[in-house]
Design a protein around this ligand. Structure first.
Ligand code: GLU
Length: 493
């Protein structure tokens, strides 16, 4: 069997977005599954729109997602000589010809054909010029483009698409398309094929939006005497209004960087993305890298477009609820030391990192993460909702303040009283703190909930969280007692 060689060839005209990342992921999976190679090729022929920032963004995004490539990045512009050479080869072998028709002339013919409701495609005027006629026109300095000479055959050009089955198009339906502009620049359609031949690409896995090119590209492969690769065209990713997701119309919310900044885990995003356009044929939704590599097949790429439901999401994130659910799943189940390393970066960025978390307090650090991660959605929650575990400078949220503190003015004395009793405990463990709290509630003849909710608000600033009695030992006696004793300001501010 020939080696599996796939490519991810983004045009560097913007950030790496959800759709591009999904294409990269599927190619990566196919390469890894087959012990093949993934080639990263930057298709930078559009000089005006390509930027270095975009190239960096693509490379950073792929690296962050863990989609490692085996060759490249190659830059399409570095191979322009190849592209020109291929056009020459097509001219010499009679698969292409020079066309001297001016734009004005073509426009006029097109308008006339439109008016008469006739075929608007190129009429083949220059298709059969003699070598003398060509020389004469060149001597007169008339500029020319190079057109591909679509074989005058009846029947169809076809290719076997791994997702969609046999795709065909009648020869008579394809006009003699331009492959080199009058300024000598080869068109993208040709460059893309020449690069894929040079890179010995065996499978082209790309969006269905490229299908308009594919039959013409198949003709180019044949004319260049190269083997036609296997194609697998993926459905598109649409928004809820069924509009194709694109960097230009959807802005940052569809960029990979956005999810990174919002604290999503790279594999959670990959796991979410793969299901946008592929299914395993079972109910399984959560896949480890290895499981996904094993389960992945081109045939199970879906045929219909998928919806990236980002508008309906939880208002907090404004993204697809399924993506949030995936992220929560991985946050809550991933290896705790790996999580520790990721949260460390977040804490450092917020100036909340203490180096003892790496040595003396490592057990405490990991146990704390393990306790609080159960309610968190993203890595950002560790420094926002989880801030009180790492700093004394944290915000008491308005809702619990009103509901759990201000509504019960007596807590002003009850909570410091509770603090004093807790201070006396020698074993500051979950059972003991619970016993002391419940005893005080009974003495005061109030519902334990009043004390517990008040305590949660003062100690963590949050309305909800892990079991309150489990939180106390994690925070430690000193912090608990100090915080419970210092609540007057909550009533005064
Ligand atoms: N450069 C093209 C793009 O960014 C990819 C073309 C292809 O996959 O053949 O859409």
């Amino acid at each position: 069997m020939t080696e599996v060689r796939v490519r991810f060839p983004p045009s560097p005209t913007g950030y790496l977005h959800i759709g591009g990342a999904r294409t990269a992921l599927l190619n990566w999976l196919w390469a890894r599954k087959n012990n093949g190679k993934l080639i990263l090729r930057i298709e930078d022929t559009d000089a005006e729109r390509s930027t270095n920032a975009s190239i960096e963004g693509i490379i950073d995004g792929m690296t962050w997602l863990g989609l490692d490539w085996d060759e490249g990045p190659y830059f399409q512009t570095e191979f322009s000589e190849n592209h020109i050479q291929a056009a020459r080869q097509l001219l010499e072998s009679g698969h292409a010809y020079k066309c001297f028709c001016t734009k004005e002339k073509l426009d006029k013919k097109r308008a006339a054909a439109l008016a008469a409701r006739q075929d608007v495609r190129y009429d083949g005027t220059c298709r059969n010029l003699s070598p003398e006629q060509i020389l004469e026109k060149e001597a007169q300095g008339i500029p020319s483009v190079i057109r591909f000479k679509v074989p005058e055959k009846t029947g169809v050009v076809s290719y076997d698409d791994k997702v969609l089955g046999t795709i065909e198009r009648a020869y008579s339906d394809i006009e003699d398309f331009v492959i080199v502009r009058s300024n000598g620049k080869p068109l993208y359609l040709l460059c893309n094929v020449v690069d894929d031949i040079r890179d010995r690409i065996s499978h082209i896995i790309r969006g269905q939006d490229h299908m308009t090119n594919t039959t013409r590209q198949v003709l180019l492969y044949q004319a260049l005497g190269a083997q036609v690769p296997v194609f697998a065209h993926m459905p598109l990713t649409l928004d809820l209004q069924k509009k194709k997701i694109s960097k230009r119309s959807h802005g940052e919310i569809v960029s990979v960087q956005f999810y990174r900044e919002k604290g999503f885990l790279p594999w959670a995003l990959c796991n979410f993305l793969v299901l946008l356009g592929w299914n395993p044929g079972t109910d399984q939704e959560i896949f480890s890298r290895q499981e996904l590599i094993e389960a992945f097949t081109l045939e199970r790429i879906s045929k219909v477009n998928s919806i990236f439901n980002y508008q309906k999401g939880n208002a907090k994130f404004f993204t697809d609820p399924k993506l949030i659910a995936m992220n929560e799943h991985y946050l809550r189940t991933m290896d705790i030391s790996r999580l520790g390393a990721l949260v460390k970066k977040e804490l450092i960025a917020e100036n909340l990192w203490d180096k003892t978390y790496d040595d003396d307090k490592r057990d405490w650090y990991l146990a704390t993460l393990d306790l609080i991660r159960d309610r968190f959605h993203t890595l950002k929650d560790f420094t926002s909702a989880g801030r009180a575990y790492f700093s004394d400078d944290y915000e008491i949220q308005a809702k619990p303040l009103k509901k759990n503190i201000l509504k019960h003015p007596d807590l002003k004395t009850w909570l410091p009283m509770l603090g004093k009793r807790l201070a006396k405990l020698t074993d500051f463990n979950e059972e003991e703190v619970e016993r002391v709290s419940r005893e005080l509630a009974a003495e005061l003849e109030i519902k334990p909930g009043i004390l517990i909710n008040g305590m949660r608000t003062v100690l963590t600033g949050q309305l909800a969280g892990p079991s309150m009695f489990a939180i106390l030992p994690v925070l430690g006696k000193d912090k608990v007692v100090a915080r419970l004793g210092n609540i007057d300001h909550l009533y005064n501010d």
